[in-house]
Design a protein around this ligand. Structure first.
Ligand SMILES: C[S@@+](CC[C@H](N)C(=O)[O-])C[C@H]1O[C@@H](n2cnc3c(N)ncnc32)[C@H](O)[C@@H]1O
Length: 349
């Protein structure tokens, strides 16, 4: 079985996106990936979604591989990969400080457990990651399956909870949901949460496909159900809803507890970010952002025309105060790309 381009849900999303106003079209950074993502969908075996076979999908979160550069230079990288896998296997402790892969995983889970204690969040061993899509880097600790991205999204949830103190029944709007891994963690921590996911068409399609498997199917309200909505009166409490990013104006006048955007605004142009924020700042109580601290690169293959830095977000969020910002962390290391990332929570003044 391969290829999903005949799926009517995807066709409908792509058709609607092509008719969307300019402010909802991908900007230069994401235009770079559009063709490659669509080509990948044409040959995708959905059961291998997270196997590392489809490199471009890692750009929006399906990054369950141990070696990110795998497959870039097939001949050389495969042999180096074999060597590294042998060197850093569980049987040897060759890595600096005598670390094995299992030590890194244990430390990551321990980081999560400590964040849970510090922030009053349910412990990481109360939840587990989905096995759907054959995640290459699946590992078990204490009989529970995890992946490093799952634990990293868990750390983000802890940081947000430190300030927001989720009761569990909030309405959360995420723009740029990517793989949906953050939604998976939030929904597993807080099963009654209502989530509204917005993204570009192909990304949203795969996000829904994944969460349909990772979560209880009865909790999913498909983009097929929401595509003709003219308001949000159909939102079902406790469920996860999927919308094209061009449907963002539906949010005007509608209350939400939390607006969430991670590694996404920074890859747009500042005027596009401003447009999205204009739709939600009147109605959100909390805003969670994780972005490149100085903004993304303005040169190179993947670039933005104008960078958006931490100070720019703070200026755009005039009616909000910054509760806390800190360097952003994966479960096992700091986010170091683009000179480093911050994560921050703003509360309505
Ligand atoms: C690097 S991915 C991050 C995904 C996820 N939030 C995470 O942290 O793993 C960036 C996300 O932003 C979305 N995105 C990029 N440009 C966008 C735009 N103009 N409007 C809406 N979403 C956009 C992409 O489709 C993608 O899902």
């Amino acid at each position: 079985m391969s290829g999903v381009t005949n799926d009517q849900r995807l066709i409908n999303l792509l058709d609607a996106y092509r008719q969307a106003p300019a402010e909802f079209q991908a900007t230069v950074y994401w235009q770079t990936y559009e063709r490659e993502i669509l080509d990948t969908l044409a040959r995708l075996d959905i059961n291998q979604l997270r196997s590392g076979r489809y490199k471009v999908l890692s750009t929006f979160g399906f990054n369950d591989t141990q070696y990110a550069w795998q497959g870039k230079a097939p001949g050389i990288s495969q042999s180096i990969l074999k060597l590294l896998t042998k060197m850093f296997s569980d049987k040897r402790d060759l890595a600096p400080y005598k670390m094995k892969i299992s030590d890194i995983r244990d430390a990551a889970l321990q980081h999560c457990a400590l964040m849970a204690e510090l922030t009053g969040t349910a412990a990481p061993d109360t939840i587990e990651v989905s096995r759907f899509g054959n995640p290459q880097d699946l590992f078990e600790i204490g009989g529970k399956p995890y992946t490093m991205p799952f634990l990293s999204n868990y750390i983000r949830a802890c940081f947000a909870n430190k300030h927001i103190r989720f009761t569990g029944t909030e309405r959360v709007v995420e723009l740029g949901t990517g793989s949906g891994y953050q939604v998976e963690v939030l929904k597993k921590l807080y099963p009654e949460l209502t989530l509204l996911c917005f993204d570009l068409p192909a990304q949203l399609y795969l996000c829904e496909t994944y969460l349909n498997e990772a979560l209880d199917r009865s909790a999913i309200v498909s983009s097929e159900a929401t595509r003709d909505w003219t308001d949000l009166s159909g939102v079902e409490p406790g469920k996860v809803h999927f919308f094209g990013n061009w449907q963002f104006p539906l949010l005007r006048g509608s209350q939400m507890d939390v607006f969430w955007n991670a590694a996404s605004f920074g890859e747009m142009e500042p005027s596009v970010v401003q447009n999205y924020l204009d739709h939600i700042t009147g109605q959100a109580n909390w805003i969670y952002l994780l972005q490149a601290r100085q903004g993304k690169e303005t040169q190179g293959k993947k670039h933005v025309e104008l960078a958006t830095a931490l100070g720019d977000y703070d200026r755009m969020l005039a009616g909000f105060e910054l509760a806390e910002e800190r360097d952003a962390w994966h479960a096992h290391r700091k986010l170091s790309a683009s000179g480093g990332y911050f994560e921050g929570v703003w509360r309505k003044r």
